[in-house]
Design a protein around this ligand. Structure first.
Ligand SMILES: CC(C)(COP(=O)(O)OP(=O)(O)OC[C@H]1O[C@@H](n2cnc3c(N)ncnc32)[C@H](O)[C@@H]1OP(=O)(O)O)[C@@H](O)C(=O)NCCC(=O)NCCS
Length: 311
C-alpha cells in the first residue's frame, strides 16, 4: 500500500514496508521554475483551455448558471483580460487560471457583502465613471484537477501579487470560497476554526494566510445564481417537487426553491481576505488603455442594464 504525504516543498510516496520514502514525485521549487504566466489580453489562444480548467474545478451548476449573467461576464472578460491569467507548465499546458478585476476601494472601508457577484458589477461601474482602481479583486483561482495538491496555487498567488503591484494597486481582496466548507449553517465557525499551530483549518484559507493574507469580514451574498425551476432541474439534474431548501452537489449554501414564484436562488457566503501590497508606480501605463475602455463601455455597451453594485 502506498500513502501519499504532502509536505511543504514536495509530495512523497511512502510505503508501509518500512522502506520509507520511495521517491519524490514533484517538488514545488521545480514547478515554480518551469511555470509560465500569460494573460488573456496578450495570449488569447490559451483562453479556452484556461476557462475549461475553471469549469472543471467548480460545481457543474456554477458554469451553466453563470451563463445567465453573460452580458456582464463578457464585458468583464473584454475589458479586464489583463487580469485573467493563465498558468502553464513546461509542456505549455494550461494547468491553472486566475480571474481578477480591478476596483476602487476606499481606505479602511468594510468589504462588500455581495463579494464575488458585486465585484464584477463594481469593476464595470468604476470603469464607466473613470474611477481609478486601487484594489485587485481575485474572483477565482483554479488548478487543473490532476495537478492539484502540488503547490501550483502558491505560484499563482505570487503571480497575482506581482501583477497587482506592477499595475499600481495597493491591495488585493478575495471573496474566498473555502475549499473545505460544506454548509452555510456552520460557515463562519468553520472559517474561523484553527489547527493546533494557530493556522486556519481550511487548506485554501491556510494557504492564503501563509502567503500573508489577513482574514476580514464575511460576505453573505457573494455568489448569486438565480433561475427558474426548470432551469435549476436542468443545471443540477435534480427534481424540486416542493418549495424549500435543497442541498445541491458541490454547494456550500442551499438552493431555495419557490414553486409559486417559479424561481430558485442559490446565494453562497464567502469570506474576504486581503493582501496589502507595495505598489510600483505603474498606473500611468494603463491610463490611455483605461480611458479607451471607458469610452468603449459607455458607447458600445449598455451598462445601465447590468446589475448595479451596492455602494
Ligand atoms: C484551491 C486550489 C486552487 C488549490 O490549488 P493547489 O495547487 O491544489 O494547492 P496547493 O497544492 O498549494 O495546496 C494548498 C493547500 O490545500 C491542500 N489541498 C490541496 N488539494 C487538496 C485536496 N484535494 N483536498 C484537501 N486539501 C487539499 C494542501 O494540502 C495545501 O494545504 P497544506 O499545504 O497547508 O496542507 C485547487 O484545489 C482548486 O482548483 N480547487 C477547485 C477550485 C477552488 O475551489 N478554488 C478556490 C476558490 S476560488
Amino acid at each position: 500500500m502506498q500513502i501519499r504525504i504532502r509536505e511543504k516543498n514536495c509530495t512523497i510516496d511512502k510505503v508501509d514496508s518500512g522502506m520509507e520514502i520511495l521517491r519524490v514525485i514533484e517538488s514545488q521549487k521545480k514547478s515554480e521554475t518551469s511555470v509560465q504566466f500569460s494573460n488573456v489580453h496578450d495570449a488569447p489562444t490559451f483562453w479556452s483551455a484556461g476557462d475549461r480548467v475553471m469549469e472543471d474545478a467548480f460545481p457543474g451548476f456554477f458554469t451553466v448558471a453563470r451563463e445567465k449573467s453573460r452580458p456582464i461576464r463578457s464585458s468583464v472578460i473584454r475589458f479586464f483580460s489583463r487580469y485573467f491569467i493563465q498558468c502553464r507548465n513546461e509542456k505549455d499546458e494550461v494547468i491553472g487560471m486566475l480571474k481578477a478585476v480591478p476596483v476602487r476601494r476606499e481606505k479602511g472601508s468594510e468589504l462588500w457583502d455581495d463579494g464575488y457577484t458585486g465585484a464584477m458589477a463594481r469593476a464595470i461601474d468604476d470603469l464607466r465613471f473613470f474611477r481609478r482602481p486601487n484594489c485587485l479583486v481575485g474572483l477565482a483561482i483554479a488548478v487543473r484537477k490532476d495537478f492539484q495538491g502540488r503547490g501550483w496555487a502558491n505560484s499563482i498567488i505570487s503571480q497575482m501579487k506581482t501583477t497587482a503591484e506592477e499595475s499600481g494597486f495597493e491591495s488585493i481582496a478575495i471573496p474566498l470560497r473555502p475549499t473545505g466548507a460544506e454548509s452555510e449553517e456552520h460557515f463562519a465557525e468553520y472559517c474561523l476554526s484553527t489547527r493546533g499551530d494557530g493556522m486556519p483549518l481550511d487548506p485554501w484559507l491556510r494557504l492564503h494566510v501563509r502567503n500573508g493574507a489577513v482574514i476580514r469580514n464575511f460576505c453573505a451574498r457573494s455568489m448569486q445564481f438565480h433561475g427558474t425551476i426548470e432551469e435549476w432541474e436542468e443545471w443540477t439534474d435534480m427534481d424540486f417537487p416542493e418549495s424549500g431548501a435543497y442541498d445541491v452537489p458541490g454547494g456550500i449554501a442551499k438552493l431555495r426553491i419557490d414553486r409559486k414564484a417559479d424561481s430558485g436562488s442559490y446565494i453562497e457566503p464567502n469570506v474576504w481576505v486581503t493582501y496589502d501590497l507595495n505598489p510600483k508606480k505603474g498606473m500611468w501605463k494603463w491610463f490611455f488603455w483605461r480611458l479607451r475602455s471607458c469610452i468603449a463601455i459607455n458607447t458600445l455597451r449598455r451598462p445601465k442594464s447590468f446589475p448595479q453594485p451596492e455602494r
